[in-house]
Design a protein around this ligand. Structure first.
Ligand SMILES: [Zn+2]
Length: 330
């Protein structure tokens, strides 16, 4: 039995598929991007079951012919693309299982759904073979490419698919990964884990950045004396951070961590649970100046700033608004 209730997490992806279906806006090509073992196959199965369910409801009924066929693994209009060799999905496999089949109308359902597990193993020839279909798919066709590495796709393939990313990784698993496989010490792993907020790739990016120490130091230098700085000075400092190859939103995340630490210091009056342990005395000082409400205001302002930056508003104005909130409350 596979149903939406069996899927742990990934609420955003589930919501995306359900609302696409309700709005009649199901796309022809999806990339489900997530780590191995993150539940991509289960989710693809449930989504396919939903699309084909005779009830037409965003929760598969489980009792119609199609649902029963999904349960027994032989829904004729849901095709799982197989590959023989362990490390490649070949162009021949794409041809025989997708291209030579896709023009035949669905056997008994609304859609014809092709699911390619291990799509990261499609070599460039296989991907190129798929391009024309991605450009001009039959009306009833839906392709789902499951991958644990989105970087293997040609830009031309990527641009024709809706990419849905699986997230987030639990902090504990991330710590284990960073201290184990990557060999980071606890402090750095903790910093990267908190910074990454469940996105392992982001944690790794910071961890292996040759500028890791400078990024951290520059951010701290700014935060230490932010209450004494003029607005122009702060904006300049934030802009300077741009020389490191992180996104501006990454620095907002670091600043968010700083204020979460201050909150922790206010609550516990101890350096035990904070990320910026060396800054305990500064945090105590800032913590004595800022109220709980003030911290909440600051954290909200940072969230808002990230949303604004994603919406491409003017950088300086958005940044000034956020920093004003910080100064007002500190
Ligand atoms: Zn059904």
């Amino acid at each position: 039995m596979a149903n939406f209730g069996d899927i742990i997490g990934h609420e955003d992806i589930v919501r995306h598929f359900k609302s696409s279906m309700e709005l009649g806006k199901v796309s022809h090509a999806y990339i489900l991007n997530g780590e191995k073992g993150s539940g991509k196959r289960t989710l693809a199965t449930v989504v396919a079951k939903m699309l084909q369910c005779e009830s037409g409801q965003p929760d598969p009924c489980g009792t119609c012919k199609s649902c029963l066929q999904v349960e027994s693994g032989n829904q004729p209009d849901i095709i799982w693309v197989q590959h023989e060799k362990p490390n490649v999905v070949s162009v021949d496999e794409i041809r025989t299982q997708i291209l030579n089949d896709i023009d035949l109308k669905p056997y008994s359902s609304k859609y014809k759904i092709y699911i390619v597990p291990d799509a990261q193993l499609m070599n460039p020839q296989a991907q190129n073979a798929l391009l024309k279909t991605l450009e001009e798919p039959p009306e009833y066709a839906v392709l789902m490419l499951l991958t644990n590495n989105i970087d293997t796709f040609l830009p031309t393939v990527l641009s024709r698919c809706i990419v849905l990313n699986f997230k987030p990784v639990e902090p504990l698993s991330m710590m284990e990964y960073l201290t184990g496989q990557m060999g980071l010490d606890q402090a750095k792993a903790r910093f990267c884990t908190d910074f990454a907020q469940g996105n392992l790739g982001k944690a790794v990016r910071l961890a292996i950045s040759p500028d890791y120490n400078e990024i951290k130091e520059d951010s701290i230098r700014l935060l230490r004396r932010i209450q004494d700085m003029e607005m122009d000075e702060i904006i300049e400092a934030v802009r300077n951070l741009g020389k490191y190859k992180l996104d501006i939103s990454d620095y907002i995340d670091i600043m968010t961590m700083w204020f979460r630490d201050i909150l922790m210091v206010k609550i516990s009056n101890s350096p035990n649970k904070i990320i910026f342990k060396d800054e305990f005395s500064v945090m105590k000082k800032q913590g004595s100046r800022i109220s709980y409400e003030g911290i909440e205001n600051v954290l909200q302002a940072m969230d808002k700033l990230k949303v604004r930056l994603e919406a491409n508003v003017n950088f300086e104005i958005a940044m000034e608004l956020m920093l004003l909130t910080v100064k007002e409350n500190l």
